[in-house]
Ligand binder design. Structure first.
Ligand code: PMP
Length: 439
């Protein structure tokens, strides 16, 4: 563990300068740039278990975990062995291979309503393809999404999106044609009346409602009691499909994701699910799936086209399969224990420092909002003391704990967060809480 305070990061600063010359903002995904919190993003040279080591040799307990995938910790020995074994047989074939079947079987076995999946390479591709399938199956074009939910950078799904779109305070993205945005109806999350009203007005044109199974991209905002049931009921009444985006929650909230935790909505399961993150074990693998009947509308069986050069990549699927197989009940117990220890300590430290805050949960997924009172939707999530979060973040970073560099993100733990790593986090928290309070 780092015993000293991390002051200078010259090697990261030098790399950032070089990166800026050849890459917009110096990063390949916007939130990594630290724009919301300021300062120099750390270039990571190595990651093992719960620890990140940057190019200056500083060590950090990782509370990002690659934004979800590293549920077993970094460079887990069994995943490493599976990746190395797969790689010795070649990197990509462009033909079917056994790992794809094994990974699909593993997903189908875990999430009962999913009879078939199609593998893709990112969560964005999964939601984009699920959306096309929903439109193809219904012959309708409009899509309902919820403010604060992020489903990847899919044109019609970028409106009022969470995650980086929220961090950068963009209402939506430039470059999305009006014709595409026009097909999107954005509603406040957890608001059944707004949902019903939208369907009264546009019901016969709505192909689908897409929702994060339990939102994690405006911070963690679980569905209020009955909200998922209402989504199912209203979509059914109007012949629209329900897409549950489990890219973040899938195989994290439980072995069967949020679906496994909340159970089947009244009136039946969602029609389509999207997965990513954990199922790729840190490699580019994602999926969308549903009933065999619905999935049969995809090419080559049906008329909805979807494809990918690297889809079902043998190394990525080996990593995903080893990760899912490693997600034992003990792993979920450890995630739960670590998450609760860290969240409770954060809450205690913030309370002691007089910082108003709220911790919210979805299984072992949690986030800390720097505000008073429950957060039910995006408007609530926006009304935080973002500057206080920035001070908190930087004091944690200085003490060797790497939180997400934005107040709109979940904190991610792994089963590799051992007592030593957790103790390191607990030591840092009171100092960070004091920094947060010193506005
Ligand atoms: N859906 C959800 C719920 C997500 O959290 C994310 C990524 N954070 C995505 C979709 C997009 O996935 P990717 O970044 O792999 O494209």
């Amino acid at each position: 563990p780092t015993s000293h305070l991390i002051q200078d990061t010259p090697a990261s600063a030098a790399l950032l300068n070089r990166a800026r010359a050849v890459t917009p903002g110096g990063v390949n995904s916007p939130v990594r740039a630290f724009r919301a919190v300021g300062g120099t993003p750390r270039f990571i040279a190595e990651a093992k278990g719960p620890w990140l080591t940057d190019v200056d040799g500083n060590r950090y307990v990782d509370l990002i975990c690659s934004w979800g995938p590293m549920i077993l910790g970094h460079a887990h020995p069994e995943v490493m062995a599976a990746v190395q074994e797969a790689a010795t047989h070649g990197f990509s074939f462009g033909t079917p291979s056994e790992n794809e079947v094994l990974l699909a079987e593993e997903i189908v076995r875990r999430v009962a309503p999913v009879e078939q999946v199609r593998l893709v390479s990112s969560g964005t591709e999964a939601t984009m393809s699920a959306l096309r399938l929903a439109r193809g199956a219904t012959g309708r074009s409009k899509v309902v999404k919820f403010a604060g939910c992020y489903h990847g950078h899919v044109d019609p799904l970028l409106a009022a999106a969470g995650s980086g779109v929220a961090t950068f305070a963009l209402p939506d993205s430039a470059g999305v044609p009006a014709s595409s945005a026009h097909e999107t109806i954005v509603l406040p999350y957890n608001d059944v009346a707004a949902l019903e009203a939208a369907f009264v007005e546009h019901g016969d044109q709505i192909a689908c409602v897409i929702t994060e199974a339990s939102p994690g991209n405006m911070g963690v905002v679980p569905p209020a009691a009955g909200f998922t049931d209402a989504l199912r009921r209203v979509t059914r009444e109007h012949g629209a499909l329900l897409i549950s985006d489990e890219v973040m929650t899938g195989f994290r909230c439980s072995a069967a994701g949020w679906y496994g935790l909340e159970g089947e909505p009244e009136g039946g399961a969602p029609d389509l699910f999207t997965f990513g993150k954990v199922m790729g074990g840190g490699f580019p693998a994602a999926a969308f799936g549903g009933s065999a009947d619905l999935m049969s509308r995809l090419a080559p069986e049906g008329p909805v086209y979807q494809a990918g050069t690297l889809s079902g990549n043998p190394v990525a699927t080996a990593a995903g399969l080893a990760t899912l197989r490693g997600c034992t009940p003990e792993v979920y117990d450890r995630l739960d224990a670590v998450a609760h220890t860290v969240a409770d300590a954060a809450s205690e430290a913030l309370a002691a420092a007089g910082v108003s805050h709220t911790v919210q949960w979805a299984g072992s997924m949690f986030s800390v909002f720097v505000r008073d009172g429950a957060v039910r939707d995006y408007e609530d999530a926006k009304a935080q003391d973002h500057a206080a979060y920035g001070r908190f973040f930087h004091e944690m970073l200085r003490r060797g704990v790497h939180l997400p560099p934005s107040s709109y993100e979940a904190w991610f733990v792994s089963a590799s967060h051992d007592d030593d790593a957790v103790a390191h986090v607990l030591d840092a928290l009171p100092h960070a809480a004091t920094a947060a309070s010193a506005g």
